[in-house]
Design a protein. Structure first.
Ligand SMILES: Nc1ncnc2c1ncn2[C@@H]1O[C@H](COP(=O)(O)OP(=O)(O)OP(=O)(O)O)[C@@H](O)[C@H]1O
Length: 235
């Protein structure tokens, strides 16, 4: 990965004094306290941390699926946690894409229908977008699988579709939770290459949870959650 160009300096995402804890019976478990970070538009971030450190919790706060106890998640100037749940859902559909470890394709929809889903949910599906999606399928070598159901595809093929689906509606922010965690080395590398290419092409900002030092080395910045704080280390 090359570093983020200096001209793209405006922060896409700002986490301001973010705190989150969970109640367990009588006690309270603090996951984050006063977390603070700015992420530039177009940056690629690797998010590390031991199991249970709060990586998925942080992605859920950034996407507005979960709410912080205190602090703010600001994406492109919108304070996400000041919106209603319905407004957060609409914001998420329009501006955020997701890639998961287990692909999360919908088994009852074909490959093409899965790919088109983010556009359909926004009422943006027309002939032009459908044509673009078919072309994208061709670019990732899966055009002839458009009518197949996901369970007919290999893990690597499913993740390629999931990566395309995550970016089909041109989100400004892509959240990836261990996207190579369920793929073998070479297939994982191919998925990461595709992710890099599409993120670059779309100018999206990427936040990727990973346990792999090799995956983290591709990023512009490496952030590690440790004891409820974010630590930065050089890539
Ligand atoms: N709804 C919840 N209620 C109570 N505790 C929770 C809840 N969700 C998460 N936790 C706790 O918060 C901590 C952080 O969980 P999280 O899933 O964010 O960790 P993680 O870093 O993503 O872990 P892993 O790498 O194992 O996926 C864990 O101890 C988890 O048990």
């Amino acid at each position: 990965m090359t570093s983020t160009p200096a001209t793209i300096a405006a922060p896409l995402l700002h986490l301001r004094r973010l705190s989150k804890s969970y109640r367990e019976g009588e006690s309270t478990r603090t996951i984050f306290a006063d977390l603070e970070v700015s992420i530039a538009r177009g940056a690629r971030i690797a998010l590390l941390g031991r199991s249970g450190s709060g990586k998925s919790t942080l992605l859920n706060l950034i996407s507005g699926i979960d709410q912080p106890d205190q602090g703010e998640v600001i994406i492109q100037g919108t304070v996400l946690n000041h919106l209603s749940e319905h407004e957060r859902t609409l914001f998420r559909r329009a501006h955020i894409g997701f890639v998961f470890q287990f692909f999360n394709l919908i088994p009852t929809l074909t490959v093409l229908e899965n790919l088109l889903l983010p556009l359909e949910l926004q009422g943006r599906l027309d002939a032009k977008e459908k044509h673009r999606a078919e072309e994208l399928l061709g670019e990732v070598g899966l055009r002839e699988r458009a009518s197949s159901f996901p369970d007919r595809l290999s893990g690597g093929e499913q993740q390629r579709i999931a990566i395309c689906r995550a970016l089909i509606h041109r989100p400004s922010l892509l959240l990836a939770d261990e996207p190579t965690g369920n793929l073998d080395g070479e297939t994982g590398t191919q998925a990461l290459d595709l992710l890099d290419d599409l993120v670059r092409e779309h100018g999206a900002t990427l936040i990727m949870v990973t346990h792999s030092a090799e995956v983290a080395r591709r990023a512009d910045r490496i952030l590690t959650i440790r004891d409820g704080r974010l630590e930065e280390s050089p890539p």
